[in-house]
Ligand binder design. Structure first.
Ligand code: SF4
Length: 554
């Protein structure tokens, strides 16, 4: 049952029992006076039954403890332990000295409850609005960056994955259908539910042999239960089938060549089927997706962080935070970030991103919302040195163009060789402009090996759209203008933001199996980061900084 925290201060409040024990400029006084009252409990009301059940533990207290946990990278048990012993935590949360107990499971259950909802993001938004207002922070300039959050369990090897997937299914199966389990387990190559289970096999030859046997076991299980009216609906069975399909091929063989009744061979695929993000890497964390970035392979999620970056601000605050599957593209998320910033009242005038976020489409979409999206866009020249070369590849921004004032449509006036197009038509289907040039002139042109036009048998064609032009134009601006590059340099500060949230607040690695809980983890990490910045800003002369305390003590 929902119950608000009583505003009445207890006689046993730490400030009454131990007056003066904390310095006047201690962080906990600021938290108690400024932040604690801003935690609006009513937004959590819908998570509780209106009439039944025991009254809830103070929501303000639990939220505060979750923020402290993320500030200091504590575990659930450590949070419980610290709460009983730390006067500053008690003072910050207005907790009486005889009430400083919370079971870590209570805190964990509360965390799981709010993970199912957007309420934590709502709280983040409200606290941020308060910080921005109090510190008179301008949101006109902002920057964004993304980083990978690794899944809570390391990616398993192929050997470990097949073995663990079978084990997870059989464990559940034995519990649900003990009789059926006894009949199937005798046909399997090994006892998957044996204790002291090992995920690795160092001998490569042995490992390959065992992988083959386990793949055959999986095929056997699939054949046995794919039409069973109950077992086929088990999640663990569906997962087993999915892993088998991704990793193995079933090859039919001539009946005369095999002794068994199956008449099939199970072949192990060299690389798993499916797009990177759909490949299952562990049966325990199917939400975590597998992706590659240059030489880095990641199984997990992608976090997005946005912060203010106006040089005139005394302090910068995070204005948005989100978590998506690891394969989610930055250029797709930037549009959603802008929408959220607008909705939350933090819409920037100028928004800085890197080449992952900035492309022709995102530039135009941002412009439609009245946001100036700045940063480099990928193009045909790979480097500034490459762009400066005389024989660099040409792109659509090397053509002379005109943008119509009323419709903002693109018209090509002439090519880099000053040739006028024969005609230009817009495709109704794709919206792209097909611009035709005299192919004889193109064949004789000295620039034809650098030019993006396709020289055909009858005519040369350049296919271009407004977004492509916007991207190419930005590429030229970034590569050719050192002043602009300097201006965009302000985005680099987002790297240290990522470092702060990922490494200092523990968002580099997920502590949970599901994406929802991992998302909550990054929201609390961002909230803790903002609280820390607010405290630091408000109390420059503080003698005891909560977040540096560990360093001071050690
Ligand atoms: S190849 Fe054709 S379109 Fe390209 S620069 Fe030469 S003449 Fe112009």
């Amino acid at each position: 049952m929902f119950r608000k925290t009583s505003p009445q201060i207890s006689l046993f409040d730490s400030s009454m029992i131990f007056p003066g024990i904390l310095p006047e400029n201690d962080w906990s006084h600021i938290f108690r006076e400024k932040i604690y009252p801003q935690i609006d409990e009513t937004i959590f009301k819908h998570l509780y039954c209106e009439h039944w059940g025991a009254p809830n533990k103070s929501i303000k207290l639990q939220i505060s403890l979750l923020i402290f946990m993320n500030s200091e990278r504590l575990t659930w048990r450590e949070a419980e332990y610290h709460f009983q012993r730390r006067i500053d935590w008690m003072n910050a949360t207005q907790t009486a000295c005889d009430m400083n107990r919370i079971d870590h499971t209570t805190l964990y259950k509360f965390y799981n409850r709010i993970a199912e909802d957007d309420v934590a993001y709502e709280l983040f938004k409200r606290l941020t609005a308060m910080f921005i207002l109090e510190c008179d922070v301008s949101t006109k300039q902002q920057r964004v960056d993304s980083f990978f959050m690794h899944g809570w369990l390391a990616k398993l090897s192929r050997y470990g994955l097949l073995k663990e997937t079978c084990r997870v299914f059989l464990q559940n199966f034995r519990k649900q259908k003990p009789g059926l389990y006894e009949t199937i387990c005798v046909d399997l190559s090994r006892d998957y539910l044996k204790e002291n289970f090992d995920f690795t096999e160092k001998d490569k030859e042995k490992a390959n042999k065992k992988i083959q046997e386990m793949a055959e076991d999986m095929y056997h299980i699939r054949q046995a239960f794919e039409n069973h009216h109950q077992v086929k609906h088990y999640k663990s069975f569906q997962l087993l089938v999915q892993v088998f399909n991704q990793r193995c091929n079933v090859v039919k063989v001539d009946k005369s060549h095999v002794d068994s009744d199956n008449h099939v061979n199970i072949e192990i695929k060299k690389s798993p089927d499916g797009k990177g993000e759909q490949i299952i890497s562990t049966p325990h964390n199917t939400d975590a997706q597998y992706t590659r970035k240059r030489n880095q392979t990641v199984t997990g999620h992608k976090g997005f962080l946005t912060e203010t970056c106006d040089p005139d601000n005394d302090v910068q605050y995070l204005t948005d935070v989100n978590l998506e599957p690891a394969g989610h593209a930055d250029a797709v998320e930037i549009d959603k970030i802008e929408d959220r910033l607008d909705e939350n009242g933090f819409k920037p005038d100028v928004f800085y991103g890197d080449a992952g976020f900035v492309n022709g489409e995102s530039i135009l979409e941002a412009a439609e919302k009245g946001i100036d999206l700045e940063g480099p866009s990928a193009g045909r020249s790979q480097s500034i040195e490459g762009y400066a070369k005389e024989d660099r590849p040409l792109d659509v921004a090397d053509f002379k163009v005109k943008i119509k004032d009323d419709t903002e449509e693109l018209i090509i006036l002439s090519c880099p060789n000053n040739e006028i197009p024969l005609d230009q038509v817009r495709s109704e289907k794709t919206g792209q402009l097909s611009v035709h040039f005299d192919n004889k002139k193109c064949k004789d042109c000295l620039l034809n090996n650098r030019c993006p036009v396709k020289i055909g048998a009858r005519v040369s064609t350049l296919t271009v759209g407004e977004a492509q032009y916007a991207g190419a134009e930005r590429h030229h601006k970034y590569m050719g203008n050192s002043e602009y590059r300097k201006q965009c340099g302000i985005r680099a500060g987002a790297e240290s933001l990522v470092n702060e949230v990922a490494n200092k607040h523990g968002a580099r690695k997920s502590r949970y199996r599901t994406e929802k809980r991992s998302r909550l983890q990054i929201i609390f990490a961002a909230m803790a980061c903002n609280v820390k910045r607010y405290l630091k800003h408000t109390m420059d002369s503080c003698v005891q900084n909560q977040l540096n305390m560990k360093e001071v003590v050690s």
